[in-house]
Design a binder for this molecule. Structure first.
Ligand SMILES: [Mg+2]
Length: 291
């Protein structure tokens, strides 16, 4: 009987790594950065791509839904543009002053005896800037960001501005009309593929895990996006949905705020979360921009 009891006891999960999304996960949605970001994306589509303003809200929704990010969707339907320029436009003018140092979170993170990494779809400049504003720039071993999953040589887009403008003019003819596609009653699921690798694609998550030498079974993934969490669960990660206390399918935990991490997962501090697998030095991922 005693043996049965022992066998029936669930095995305590052992964690050796924490993987954090950045935006709206390490700081609350209420800062308004996400709203500004969406506005900048829409402005980019109007000003730099010449897309009709009336089509923008629907187009953004459809692209985001089908490709993970609007940017990935724009590349899929045929727009070619410089990724750095896009990021500069979309993130460069965000109201970063709304992000304030968070010493409470900093203390929580630094007291965790586990590997900690950032996994964001944003570019490395944004990630470094946001983390610096939050006072968390030295709380992570590394940042897996847009550039990590989409190195320039594998994802060419013209970086010459005049060439870009000309090519956008030329491209317009060849753009896949995705709104028209979905307006058809029997719209098939066949959509053009994007060259951009980003969450929530399972391929993107698996690639990130491989680059950073992360074992999903020993890792907890924190993200404010339900679909990112659900993809994370499918690749074997333990998952924490952040920003709501309502747990959804695919989320092992739900935290209203990342500050609640100690209450929800006190075992992370008790030393037993530490793995017997030794972490072997540095990994080849994007690290902080310190210059
Ligand atoms: Mg997020």
């Amino acid at each position: 009987m005693e043996y049965d009891d022992l066998y029936n006891q669930p095995q305590r999960p052992k964690y050796d790594c924490l993987l954090f999304d950045l935006d709206d996960t390490l700081y609350p949605l209420s800062t308004g950065l996400a709203t500004s970001c969406l506005k900048n994306i829409k402005d980019y589509m109007i000003e730099e791509m010449g897309i009709e303003a009336s089509k923008i809200p629907d187009l953004c929704n459809v692209l985001y839904k089908n490709y993970g990010t609007t940017m990935a969707g724009l590349r899929a339907i045929g727009y070619d543009f410089d990724h750095d320029e896009y990021h500069r436009f979309v993130h460069g003018r965000l109201p970063y002053d709304k992000l304030k140092p968070d010493p409470v979170l900093r203390h929580l993170l630094l007291s965790l005896p586990l590997r900690r990494l950032i996994f964001t779809n944003a570019d490395k400049i944004h990630a470094a800037k946001a983390l610096r504003r939050l006072g968390l720039e030295d709380c992570f071993e590394g940042i897996i960001c847009f550039e990590t999953l989409n190195p320039r040589e594998t994802c060419p887009a013209s970086d010459d501005e005049s060439e870009n403008e000309a090519s956008i003019q030329n491209q317009r003819e060849g753009i896949f009309d995705i709104l028209e596609h979905f307006s058809q009653p029997n719209a098939g699921s066949k959509l053009p593929k994007t060259p951009i690798i980003c969450k929530p694609s399972e391929f993107a998550i698996e690639k990130a895990l491989k680059i950073a030498n992360i074992n999903p079974q020993k890792t907890i993934f924190f993200d404010d996006s339900v679909r990112n969490i659900q993809s994370g669960k499918r690749v074997g990660l333990h998952t924490v949905l952040v920003g709501t206390s309502h747990r959804v399918k695919g989320a092992d935990y739900a935290l209203e705020s990342i500050h609640n991490i100690r209450e929800a997962l006190p075992e992370l501090w008790d030393g037993e979360g530490k793995s017997d697998v030794q972490y072997k030095g540095k990994v080849a991922i994007e690290t902080f921009v310190t210059a």
